[in-house]
Design a protein around this ligand. Sequence first.
Ligand SMILES: [Mg+2]
Length: 214
Amino acid sequence: MSYVKNAENASVVLEIIQAIHVNARYLSEIDGATGDGDHGINMNKGFMLAKERIETGMSLAEAFKILGRTLAMDIGGSMGPIYGTLFSEFSRAMQKEEKITMQILLAALENAVEKLMNLAGAKLGDKTLIDAIYPGKEAYKKVADNNGSFNEALRALAEGAEAGKENTKNLTAKIGRAARLGERSRGFLDAGAASCCIILKTMADAMQKRMIDD
Ligand SMILES: [Mg+2]
């Protein structure tokens, strides 16, 4: 069975942090088209704060826990609690596991999507990060349900999130600051979907690199 070790894999989370850091300007540019342009700055602030608190010898679950807690406690606006919830759910699903298997990550994704939808009050198609993570999770689940490999499921997660993020250009914002633009929000990417896509793609890539087959 294929798995990613939980122990001493905090570097997966450090790669996610680095990806947000290098894309901070890009994310603020996207946010600036329909919002106040602070998404990349806020995200970078929270993720860099978490980086100081994470040690490379920590487990994957411990590093996700620190990232989630830091975002929830130390970052304002709506994104702190939302991403705080995402990473805390990942940590919760993994903390008792020695091996992170395809099914463990499926449970993590499903719990996280459900919690995020409740917290944000967002449905699919509202032009939020749900439009990246939901199709990513569905694509991943399809591979898992059809006895595909963990590697294939992670690739599907990345591709599903990317397609979903791109599709936010075709959507009208229903909640958040961009909703005030109504139809004029169409034609632009959603910044939350863009950051969520970066997170999921980086996580999928980092986990594929650390995949153990036995
Ligand atoms: Mg903003």
